[in-house]
Design a protein around this ligand. Structure first.
Ligand SMILES: [Zn+2]
Length: 423
């Protein structure tokens, strides 16, 4: 009998004592789950050390050096593993559906639960799938049906990312109506998205910023598409506000100036934008992450604020794969594990102004990832098809959301099959 199943039995016996005329105090364990002996990385609370993490009633109940196993109904042995807050993916496409409309109720988006927990994620943020016209449908069809916490940037285009002419129609970019929907669904909407516009006008950007101002949320931009490209300097240092998010930071695509110039240097105005508080997000995707940009940029110390996937059908089976693969690229580009984890926990939560998420403080929602860091010979592929060798790779062992085990790669939270007594 292993210790977890023994504890389950003890707790069952204690409950039985509560029967009868004199109700005795049941010795139910204080904690529903105890993750023992893992190396906790919790940037918000300044923890970077071996700690036990105890969960009760869906919340973090204690984080301490040695919490007795007898206090918990279930134990997860996490020695040699890292224990982090549930990961947040700041850029994904989740408004899946059957309309031939790309990322808005269409087949290019993916169901959140199919991708989240297996990669340590408890929160995914859809960026721009829905606009003010179809946000209620997105909520009913995806947000309300997912176990993953789904948040959203609402598109400045009323129809959202329906593709083609829909996203070029300045007449459907209404700051006031977008802000109204953002306020109406303030529990889910964390920002305004502008993307895919191909024209010389600044109107889509200024209207998205205006909607963000009215709803008091940040704006995220997927910039470019016009030839010749609009000024990246003007975007980053005139139009964007501190706290607004520039995604696809390591892209080099038609119609957008890259952040690393032809001389291999990060443009000085890009450094200036970071100084004034513009947020830089990876948004890897199927076409937006090149080692030719990321290697020189990171060598010059220009790392991302947030390491997101841009998850959709065109990225999930290509160089992107999943958030842990993208985070692993940055480990191999010289970023510390602590900084990589912080980018997708405490920092991501700050960027979307949901600071109740992304940490393991007592009382916080019990969203936890248990990660292995494998050492060996690995390869990583960018969106140009180039490969970079590496020696470190993150793997998800266990994901807990709201105290529930949602993913358990090796059955660490389970009793041995021969001692499992539920049926
Ligand atoms: Zn995207």
């Amino acid at each position: 009998m292993n210790i977890a199943s023994l504890l389950v039995r003890v707790s069952g016996a204690a409950l039985a004592l509560a029967l009868g005329s004199h109700v005795m105090v049941a010795q139910t364990p204080r904690f529903s789950l105890l993750i023992k002996g893992g190396h906790v990385i919790d940037a918000r609370n300044g923890i970077d050390a071996v700690r036990d993490v105890a969960i009760a009633e869906g919340k973090i109940a204690a984080v301490a050096a040695d919490i007795p196993a007898t206090d918990a109904a279930r134990i997860v042995e996490a020695r040699g593993l890292y224990v982090t807050p549930g990961l947040i993916d700041l850029h994904a496409h989740l408004f899946w559906g059957t309309e031939p409309t790309q990322y808005s109720n269409g087949p290019s988006s993916v169901p959140p639960d199919s991708h989240s927990f297996r990669a340590g994620q408890t929160t995914l943020v859809d960026v721009g799938g829905a606009g003010w016209r179809n946000f209620p449908q997105f909520k009913a069809q995806v947000i309300d049906r997912s176990s993953t916490r789904v948040l959203a940037f609402i598109n400045i285009v009323g129809h959202g990312m329906r593709g083609g002419p829909f996203e070029q129609d300045l007449g459907d970019m209404d700051a006031k109506l977008t802000a109204q929907r953002a306020r109406q669904f303030h529990e889910q909407v964390v920002g305004v998205k502008v993307a895919h516009y191909e024209g010389p006008e600044w109107e889509p950007v200024t209207r998205a910023v205006e909607a963000g101002r009215q709803a008091d949320v940040p704006m995220m931009i997927d910039f470019g598409g016009n030839e010749p490209p609009q000024s990246l300097d003007a975007l980053l240092n005139k139009h964007m506000r501190p706290g607004d998010i520039f995604t696809h930071m390591y892209a080099h695509v038609r119609g957008r100036t890259p952040i690393v110039n032809a001389q291999g240097q990060v443009e000085p105005y890009v450094l200036a934008a970071r100084k004034r508080g513009v947020i830089f997000d990876v948004g890897h995707g199927g076409g937006s992450f090149l080692f030719r940009q990321a290697v020189p940029a990171t060598k010059q110390g220009f790392y991302p604020d947030v390491i997101s996937t841009d998850l959709h059908i065109g990225s999930m089976n290509a160089g992107m794969k999943d958030i842990l693969n993208v985070m692993s690229k940055f480990l191999n580009l010289g970023m510390s594990l602590q900084d990589v984890v912080k980018a997708n926990t405490a920092r991501a939560a700050e960027v979307i102004r949901r600071t109740e998420l992304g940490h393991l403080g007592v009382g916080a929602e019990a969203d936890v990832a248990v990660l292995g860091l494998r050492k060996g010979e690995f390869g990583f592929v960018d969106s140009g098809g180039g490969q970079m060798p590496g020696t470190q790779k993150l793997e998800c062992e266990l994901t807990v959301k709201g105290g529930q085990v949602m993913w358990d790669l090796n059955g660490r939270s389970r009793p041995l099959w021969s001692e499992e007594t539920s049926r």
